[in-house]
Write a protein that binds this ligand. Structure first.
Ligand code: PHE
Length: 342
């Protein structure tokens, strides 16, 4: 038995030496081979039964000595391998804090949002309140109350998405005029931004686009007030030299109605590619609020008058930034969007 103990001791010593360059799993397997339940050292303890009684105490001592020694060897080696693993990890996960940092990408506002913000800032500075109406709208607010009855040919001016006979996706923010006037009596000065929908799609039309509606109602409001306001708007939004021009037009909810042009901010009116050689760029529809519309909202047209205007935000953005196809504004290509740092 003595020789056996010596053999085990030198086997363990050699095994441990070898496993020092290996893994903790290999060390564990080696440990089980000797100290496991069916391991060789455990077998020695069991073998004590066959040792003559007088030799038992001395032999027992040897067995417990080798067990204690082996346990000590294994735990020291376990510690060593743990340390080695940690060092390897520190090495591979090392961070060089002196490396230049990676910058976090920050987003930018969409050109339509920038234009919307600028227009709101401009008119808020002139005393306008903001009203946002619903996108799913009643036929009444989008058409009827705006002096466009069910069989009126002016309905064809806007190819509308109907949801039911009564509900539709609003085709113009003019519906906001009615909602405001139903709830508020003059003086009224509101600006109503929002999405509108029409069944239309090409380089200058999108089935969804944004409009900004303006409405002023008070005693003694005339078309001249509209012209003065839009002159101020044009100067603030484009250049201090920008002028406006009114041309006669037709909308059922305004009378008289006008189409408003701006002198071309690019060529100053001489004629260029952007204004197609005319020196002018059409930017919005407007007019004096039709008496019928005021009556529909319970406002006396003999006491109060007003004007309204409506513009497309994509169109303003295209003019302002020289974008020649509206679809670019909806593709959300970051190469385009990145150019609009506010
Ligand atoms: N709602 C009209 C359109 O979408 C624009 C407009 C608004 C015209 C207000 C006159 C007054 O074409």
């Amino acid at each position: 038995m003595k020789e056996n103990i010596e053999r085990i001791r030198s086997e363990i010593a050699a095994g441990i030496e070898a496993v020092k360059g290996g893994t903790r799993q290999e060390l564990f397997e080696l440990k089980m081979k000797y100290l496991g339940k069916t391991g060789e050292i455990s077998a020695l303890s069991k073998g004590m039964r066959d040792v003559p009684a007088e030799e038992r105490p001395a032999m027992g001592k040897l067995v417990s000595e080798v067990r204690a020694w082996a346990e000590e060897q294994f735990s020291a080696t376990e510690e060593l391998l743990k340390q080695k693993e940690l060092e390897a990890r520190y090495k591979s996960e090392r961070v060089d804090v002196t490396m230049p940092a990676r910058f976090a990408e920050t987003g930018t506002l969409h050109p339509v949002s920038i234009v919307k913000k600028e227009i709101i800032e401009c008119f808020a500075g002139l005393g306008f309140e903001i009203y946002e109406g619903p996108e799913i709208e009643k036929d009444y607010y989008n058409f009827q109350a705006l002096n466009i009855p069910a069989d009126h040919p002016a309905r064809d001016m806007q190819d509308t998405f109907f949801i039911t006979g009564e509900y539709l996706l609003r085709s113009q923010t003019s519906s906001g005029q009615i909602r405001v006037m139903e709830n508020k009596k003059p003086p009224i000065k509101v600006l109503s931004p929002g999405r509108v929908y029409r069944s239309d799609s090409d380089a200058t039309h999108s089935p969804m686009f944004h409009q900004m509606e303006g409405l002023v109602v008070d005693k003694g409001i005339t078309l001249c007030d509209l012209k003065g306001l839009l002159d101020e708007f044009a100067r603030r939004m484009f250049t201090s030299e920008t002028k406006t021009r009114l041309r006669p037009s037709y909308f059922p909810f305004t009378e008289p109605s006008v189409e408003v042009d701006l002198s071309c901010h690019n060529c100053g009116g001489k004629g260029c590619r952007i204004c197609k050689g005319t020196g002018w760029i059409e930017i919005l529809g407007a007019g004096v609020v039709n008496r019928r519309v005021l009556e529909n909202c319970g406002i006396d047209p003999d006491v109060y008058t007003g004007f309204a205007f409506g513009m497309g935000l994509e169109r303003i953005a295209m003019i302002k930034y020289g974008v020649n196809d509206m679809r670019y504004l909806f593709e959300n290509d970051v190469r385009l969007l990145k150019q609009f740092k506010d």
